[in-house]
Unconditional design. Sequence first.
Length: 119
Amino acid sequence: QVQLVESGGGLVQAGGSMRLSCAASGRTFSRSVMGWFRQAPGKERECVAGIRMSLGITNYADSVKGRFTISRDNAKNTVYLQMNSLKPQDTAVYYCAVGGLRVVDVDYWGQGTQVTVSS
């Protein structure tokens, strides 16, 4: 059974940093695409960053380019999202996902972790 467990969310002031972790289990993910999505109240879920686990190729939404960094540790089946220069508009529930960088392509979701950026 595949499980994705996120950690690292919380409250931070604008301009601050936070790192999210996603520990995956249940199968090997070395050939998977993993991503971080977020969903703010009243808004659609969107992908902010993705990584191809085999090659480490990354993709970012324009809104987070230069501020967020996705990385992975294949030995630990873990994906990270380093978030710097956080803005109030980054406030959302952040989800780890496996399968693709579009909501319709995702096979598995984590439970989500709240990130709140205060102004």
